[in-house]
Design a binder for this molecule. Structure first.
Ligand code: SF4
Length: 319
């Protein structure tokens, strides 16, 4: 975790006064608490296409054939400008090495889900849309982890999202050396317990995806991209205590021959209490970490599971 992952963020969330009313929508957890852990890059699609600030609020309008981005007061249509910009900006951001994108909820440009869509001539909206910029970005780059800021107010969601970002960041930096069959297998192996704890199905699916890719003679870069796309889609669902406790038991299994009977029982009790929601995750993780260090059997596989995000983010004790 030496490299700070680069995170694209809707610029208004970073405190930039780019909202249509000339204000910002600063998300302080990101700007004050977590900012030291990420290289934050603010993007405002509406300002970037020249709409200016302040400006009339835009909305998504369904004309029966397509969804348009319009100014409802004068009918100005920004759809083609936004589509062209979104493709160019998405490519530029990915080329610059972003490892995730935090989008502003509800925005007709940036919202990821449940954005209001108005049928032409109607004042009532259906909340089933996606911001136009966010839609293009996620369609072009489905392997990059994305989230709306409102979800990050929940520590479980924040921890899981940042774990996905760090997982992506490791993959990105590994890929800069050029993917080989061996490097892909090693990456999957090192993340074995991490994946087991977050999405047991994904761990199996990804193993099969790698083998099939190699059998079909696909280029390692193609296999690596398919791997991260599948991984991030599976990791989009929040993990539960059960798979995490199961991964803890696997680590305990690696320690068994070193621990006394009472030490082992103590670990089982603590894992059980975590599974029941009586203890935070940090308690069994710290005990396991301590035992692994004491017996010098700490490996990269253990570390990927035990320390998925920097502890200084302040989230591990809250999940
Ligand atoms: S939601 Fe997106 S388009 Fe709207 S002000 Fe924020 S960054 Fe700009």
């Amino acid at each position: 975790m030496d490299n700070k992952p680069r995170l694209a963020v809707s610029a208004c969330l970073l405190g930039e006064k780019v909202c249509h009313n000339g204000d910002s929508a600063e998300f302080r957890a990101l700007t004050n608490e977590w900012n030291g852990h990420f290289d934050l890059v603010g993007i405002c699609p509406e300002v970037d296409i020249g709409m200016g600030t302040p400006r009339p609020a835009t909305r998504l309008a369904d004309d029966g054939e397509s969804i348009r981005l319009v100014n409802p007061q004068n009918g100005n249509d920004f759809t083609s400008q936004m589509l062209e910009y979104a493709q160019l900006q998405a490519n530029a951001l990915v080329d610059s090495g972003i490892c995730g994108f935090v989008f502003k909820k509800d925005s007709p440009s940036c919202g990821l889900e449940h954005v209001k869509v108005y049928r032409n001539g109607h004042d009532q909206a259906v909340r089933n849309g996606m911001g136009m910029f966010a839609k293009i970005f996620t369609t072009l780059y489905p392997h990059i982890p994305v989230i709306e800021e409102s979800r990050l107010t929940d520590p479980q969601q924040a921890e899981h999202y940042f774990a996905r970002v760090h997982f992506f960041s490791l993959w990105y930096h590994e890929g800069k050396k050029g993917w080989t069959d061996k490097a892909i297998k090693e990456f999957h192996n090192v993340n074995n317990l991490f994946l087991l704890s977050r999405s047991p199905d994904a761990k199996r699916k990804l193993g099969r995806l790698i083998i099939q890719g190699f059998d079909n003679g696909e280029h390692p870069e193609t296999v690596a991209l398919a791997y991260m796309t599948e991984a991030q889609q599976s990791l989009n669902v929040l993990t539960k205590a059960g798979p995490i406790a199961h991964a803890m038991e696997r680590v305990l299994g690696n320690l068994s021959s070193n621990l006394s009977k009472s030490e082992r029982q103590e670990m089982l009790d603590v894992i059980h209490d975590f599974r029941q929601g009586l203890l935070p995750r940090s308690v069994p993780l710290a005990l396991l970490q301590n035992h692994l260090r004491r017996y010098h059997i700490d490996t990269a596989i253990h570390q990927r599971f035990l320390s998925p995000i920097p502890s200084s983010l302040g989230l591990m004790a809250r999940v």
